[in-house]
Design a protein around this ligand. Sequence first.
Ligand SMILES: [Zn+2]
Length: 395
Amino acid sequence: MLRTVAPQQGEYIRGHAGRLGLWNGFLSVEELLTVLDRKTRGDGDVRAPGHTYRLTARFGGLDSATYLKEHSLLPFCRIGARSDDEMFDFERLANLKSQTAWMQPKRGAYLCPTCVAKDERMLGFSYWRAFHQLPGIDTCPKHATALAVVYVDGAFDRLPGSWGTAAEPVDDELVALRAMPVVARYAEIAYAFMAKGQRVSRIAAIQCIRPKVEAMSFPIGTHIERSKLAHRIRDAFPEAWLEAHYPRLLGDCANVQSVNGLCGGSIVSGMVYAMALAATFSTSEEAVHCFYTAPSQRRKMPHASMCDSVETSKRRDDLLPHYIASEGMASYVAAKLGVGEPTALRWLKGVGLPSLGRLARPGRCRVIAFLSRASKDEIDHWIAAGSNVHAIIGG
Ligand SMILES: [Zn+2]
């Protein structure tokens, strides 16, 4: 008679399978699965074998959909769905390949020594947490301490507490990076992806991220259009973090295509989405809210206009020096930024700076003199009143 073992909250699906095997006296998980498979078939269930999560879900006393949603890494790793119908469908993903449910994106098995000590004290045993296995996560969100990693095949077949000194702490430098706001935002966003357990249609995801990238990208060369999201991420994240977790963004620029693919709608990786959100939003709450809000409802968000105005003011700060140096003429601004005149006009208009190309030079100089001297408040006030150049020139 096999012993049923319910998974703990946030327990990693692969670790739970290991614990089931261990507590039922099997030498390996494979051995347990063979027995479970035989038993299931004996019970008259002849569904395709190999879908290991179904076997262990039943033994954890959970239905397989809930088991995947709460214990696998699919809510993070496969967050991008092709359509709205797939939002809660992790089973279809897991069925495509028998090992998808057990997906393990990082090399090694990760644990938090503080969680382990606490589990042993409170529960009498320790267990592997799903969140600690996510790419880009080096610290425990609960204890803010460094994770430790076990590089042994079959590490999940034993309890995390049993590895002792074989569990090596992750690099100090990576742990220190948690103090950087963008890295903290990444971890908070990853945590939200796992906690929500809900996929997002790729179209909705793109509609959330693309405007942010476009608003923040100012061309500094002619190639920026192609690779702006990748550049944005590369600028926002510390190099050491990228080197450890997403090295393809460093060095040779040819490999940024997969990241830019996000803007074209072909990428499903949770890591790319989490990096893109962390790099383009100033808080993780705002990013998560936007990401999970259907595009049709985003405009109605109460604080959307405030976010927009903060954004606009930031964009204006970026554009103003070019505008002043070009005496407010859109064609010069366009040449300076390496874009076409219509684009420059659109950007200037978007931040309330009128093209001064039609004004006579003395008039232009008065407007530019005002903008060069005026405080931020005075400029805000002038723009809010309709950017009236004649109010400055006086005529
Ligand atoms: Zn912990």
